[in-house]
Design a protein around this ligand. Structure first.
Ligand code: NAG
Ligand code: NAG
Length: 274
């Protein structure tokens, strides 16, 4: 699923990352009380995150970038991502600073199977992964590029399989996937497929780092059906051992929040705990 929101996200992140090279690590405090939940906050605006994390059931956050863009609430792990080729400049300095401040996972490229996103062939991505991310496998766990739920040939999980055949020495720990679709049954079926694909490569972790109903990609259209979907998705993922982290798309107004506060969907997202 391509959305203008995500295109905008990428541009916003680019500006921020370039404009604030020194803002990267000032907010990684040692946690006082750390949630161990799988649940994350996918954000653009860092000031939106505390509404979600004050529930105590959200343990981590990411913003498609390797710069926090401000301060995260304490006890929330920041997970850096190398979005794609346009962020290679600045990566080494940025990631080394974040790793020394306590980040312990790195996420790979964003939807390389989409021409509007990181747009890389599996072999190209494997080369870049090896060059920019694998060298940190001694200090962090490495998550694959995040692929879409497209079932087109060469996209989605089939892109990932080709990637893994070129990246078998990349020291990857987990598969990251995105899902946009129409029902909870479709969602479960895709995530189950992802788990089984990951286990073919002995990867113990599957991360679902964007998910939402198609109707809600550009903002939730019906709070009650979105809340129902989120509640079922989250409850189910909490029961799946190999799904180790997930984040709904996204932690922002018109999605999990309204006027900066949890709405019905945000309440559904944060109210169950595993
Ligand atoms: C991959 O991990 C293994 C074991 O942790 C390590 O010995 C090896 O150096 C790593 N490979 C690279 C390319 O960093
Ligand atoms: C979960 O991951 C473990 C370790 O990779 C694997 O042995 C197991 O088969 C996986 N479970 C499923 C349901 O695929």
């Amino acid at each position: 699923m391509v959305s203008f929101t995500k295109l905008f996200t990428a541009g916003l992140v680019a500006t921020t990352a370039l404009a604030q090279p020194h803002a990267m690590h000032r907010s990684l405090h040692k946690a006082q009380k750390r949630s161990t939940s799988k649940r994350g906050a996918a954000y653009n605006d860092v000031s939106a995150v505390s509404s979600l994390t004050s529930s105590g059931t959200v343990s981590w956050a990411y913003n498609w970038a390797f710069s926090l863009d401000g301060n995260l609430p304490s006890g929330v792990d920041y997970v850096p991502m190398l979005w794609g080729a346009k962020f290679f400049g600045g990566w080494i300095t940025g990631i080394e600073s974040l790793l020394s401040s306590g980040s312990n996972y790195i996420m790979g490229f964003n939807e390389p199977d989409m021409s509007s996103q990181a747009n890389m062939s599996p072999s190209e991505a494997a080369g870049y992964y090896n060059q920019y991310i694998t060298p940190y496998s001694g200090s962090a766990k490495l998550i694959s590029p995040s692929v879409t739920s497209s079932t087109d040939d060469g996209k989605g999980l089939s892109w990932f399989e080709e990637f893994m055949s070129d990246c078998s020495s990349c020291n990857i720990t987990g598969l990251a996937v995105h899902w946009y679709g129409n029902s909870i049954d479709e969602f479960k079926s895709f995530v189950q497929q992802a788990v089984s694909t990951a286990s073919n490569y002995n990867l113990p972790e599957v991360w679902v780092t964007e998910f939402a109903l198609n109707s809600d990609v550009s903002g939730v259209t019906d709070q009650s059906s979105a809340a129902d979907f989120v509640n079922q998705a989250v409850t189910w993922m909490d029961s799946q051992t190999n799904v180790t982290r997930y984040s709904y798309f996204m932690c922002a107004d018109n999605y999990l929040l309204t006027n900066g506060a949890l709405n019905t969907v945000g309440t559904a997202y944060t109210s169950t705990s595993d």
